[in-house]
Design a binder for this molecule. Structure first.
Ligand SMILES: NC(=O)C1=CN([C@@H]2O[C@H](COP(=O)(O)OP(=O)(O)OC[C@H]3O[C@@H](n4cnc5c(N)ncnc54)[C@H](OP(=O)(O)O)[C@@H]3O)[C@@H](O)[C@H]2O)[C@@H](O)CC1
Ligand SMILES: Nc1ncnc2c1ncn2[C@@H]1O[C@H](COP(=O)(O)OP(=O)(O)O)[C@@H](O)[C@H]1O
Length: 473
């Protein structure tokens, strides 16, 4: 897993580290790592044409030093300076290595290095920088630390920004590398170690899981397992109007580790036919014991749906509240029942459901938005989107790295809820169940998209091979 730090934490770690090092050491480490990554893209460096975009801060300084290293290896390196000042030592090193400062943007380049702004940026990109990025030659772009034009701490993109193929991140990941509209601007993010890690004392803003984490956490049956000890998941989903939601949520659940599935709802004849291993009833009250409930996908919001949600909220086991069940929480008595629960609850809103429940849109800081709703509802919140956020009432937050736009199609949320419910029933703690389910679900979206247009049925079908791949990698 990888930790993601906000600017304030990065700055204080850098200060502590710099006190122990000769002046300029950190920038030299950063510039060396940057130049090495540029050389990889250029290969060969000798005779290649590099265009540096140099802002007025240390981000520009890194860029000038890296440009000097490339110039010494025989690249033709031009720099356009933008801003009120320039890193003077960097500029001197750049010029003495043969680099040229130019006023006009050259028509051709083999590489553009974006050193306009780094973690010191504030607000939308200034006019000069915004106009410069409209005039660039066609070439790969490497961003220095963060792509210019993004809000580093939120991943918002408030105005013009430069789309990088690769971002060379110094010391640690920052939120704009992993969340929000900034993600496509960052391209492939590669970390350069500048010795910062031991100095990051204040705790990460966010965590990102990777495949070995998911494999390690996935529950596996042992010789002593039976269907009950593996966990029983209940699904109160679907309705006469939306029977498909029942099937999709169950198709997510069957890919998970639980030992038995109980379905409760009006789609029970369909579920029994399509999933003969499930046990079906009409109502939640008629179902026998489960270790977790999933409630809401295609459930509707009428009297019967309300009664089902009340039964689920009153149960002493972990619960996932999805889709229509989230809408029903807007009712004061329902939200009271939610906040009074002792067992864990996971809410899985997309943006419109979030807005209905919270009374405001998630806004540009999706992590803060998810954490706020988690604290208010005393629930784990899974704020769905391109980079889904999992947030807990204790302030813990994760972002899912695998999301795919292929998932932007009806019913994929139902599949996700079913899978998450199965993990929860198998005894996986709520935050982890949410992180694992969103990771695998995103990967399934990607896999399904390889075969052509994707519906939720293909996403569900891709879950099992994806889980097998992760476990056997
Ligand atoms: N600290 C360290 O130990 C290490 C730091 N390192 C590097 O330093 C970087 C941080 O450097 P930093 O603090 O100098 O800030 P940085 O982003 O270069 O520029 C700030 C200047 O930009 C301007 N500006 C601001 N907003 C703007 C906007 N929207 N649009 C346009 N311009 C804008 C504003 O100047 P202005 O021209 O407006 O006066 C401001 O003064 C970091 O990302 C990493 O690359 C590495 O070397 C490793 C060691
Ligand atoms: N542009 C996107 N990129 C990545 N994932 C997306 C995107 N749009 C939607 N998703 C994912 O697709 C799923 C949609 O769920 P949801 O909105 O509940 O749909 P439904 O109610 O139709 O099942 C969520 O997991 C969400 O994270």
């Amino acid at each position: 897993m990888r930790a993601v730090y906000r600017v304030a934490e990065v700055r204080s770690a850098e200060e502590r580290l710099m006190r122990e090092l000769p002046p300029g050491t950190l920038m030299q480490r950063a510039a060396f790592g940057l130049a090495r990554r540029c050389a990889l893209t250029l290969s060969p460096v000798y005779g290649s044409r590099v265009l540096l975009l140099v802002g007025s801060g240390n981000n520009g300084g890194d860029t000038l030093y890296a440009g000097a290293l490339l110039a010494r290896r025989g690249a033709v390196v031009n720099a356009v300076l933008v801003g009120s000042k320039v890193h003077l030592e960097g500029l001197t090193a750049f010029r003495s290595a043969g680099g040229l400062v130019v006023q006009e943007v050259p028509e051709q380049a083999d590489l553009v290095v974006d050193g306009l702004v780094g973690i010191g940026a504030s607000g939308p990109l200034g006019a000069a920088a915004a106009s410069l990025i409209q005039q660039l030659p066609e070439a790969p772009v490497i961003a220095v630390d963060v792509p210019s034009g993004v809000e580093v701490d939120t991943g918002d993109v408030p105005g013009a920004a430069l789309r990088a193929d690769v971002t060379v991140a110094f010391g640690c990941l920052k939120p704009a590398h992993v969340i929000g509209a900034a993600v496509p601007y960052a391209g492939q993010v590669e970390l350069v170690d500048i010795g910062l890690e031991p100095y990051l004392a204040g705790g990460p803003a966010l965590m990102v899981a990777d495949a070995p984490d998911i494999a390690g956490w996935w529950p596996k049956p042992g010789p002593e397992s039976d269907k009950y000890s593996r966990g029983v998941v209940g699904l109160a989903t679907g309705s006469d109007a939306y029977p498909g939601a029942a099937l999709l949520s169950v198709s997510g659940a069957v890919a998970g580790p639980a030992g038995l599935i109980r379905y409760a709802g009006s789609a029970y004849p369909l579920v029994a036919e399509r999933f003969p291993s499930s046990v079906v009833t009409l109502r939640v009250a008629d179902a026998l014991r489960v270790q977790a409930w999933v409630c809401g996908c295609g459930l509707g919001t009428g009297m019967e749906a309300q009664a089902e949600l009340r039964s689920v909220l009153a149960s002493p086991v972990p619960v996932i509240i999805d889709a229509d069940a989230i809408t029903m929480l807007v009712d004061g008595t329902m939200s009271h029942a939610l906040r009074g629960r002792d067992a864990p609850t996971i809410l899985t809103p997309h943006d419109r459901e979030y807005t209905r429940l919270a009374g405001e849109t998630p806004g540009p800081d999706r992590v803060a938005a998810a954490l706020k709703l988690a604290a208010w509802t005393k629930s784990v919140v899974v704020l769905k989107g391109h980079r889904t956020v999992v947030a807990a009432p204790n302030g813990e937050a994760w972002v899912n790295p695998t999301g795919s736009p292929a998932l932007a199609t009806g019913g994929t949320g139902d599949v996700l809820a079913g899978l998450m419910g199965s993990l929860l029933a198998a005894g996986v703690p709520p935050v982890r169940a949410a992180v694992m389910a969103t990771y695998v679900h995103g990967q399934a979206g990607r896999e399904a998209a390889r075969q052509g247009p994707v519906t939720a049925v293909e996403v569900a079908a891709a879950l099992r091979p994806v889980i097998a791949d992760i476990q056997h990698a």
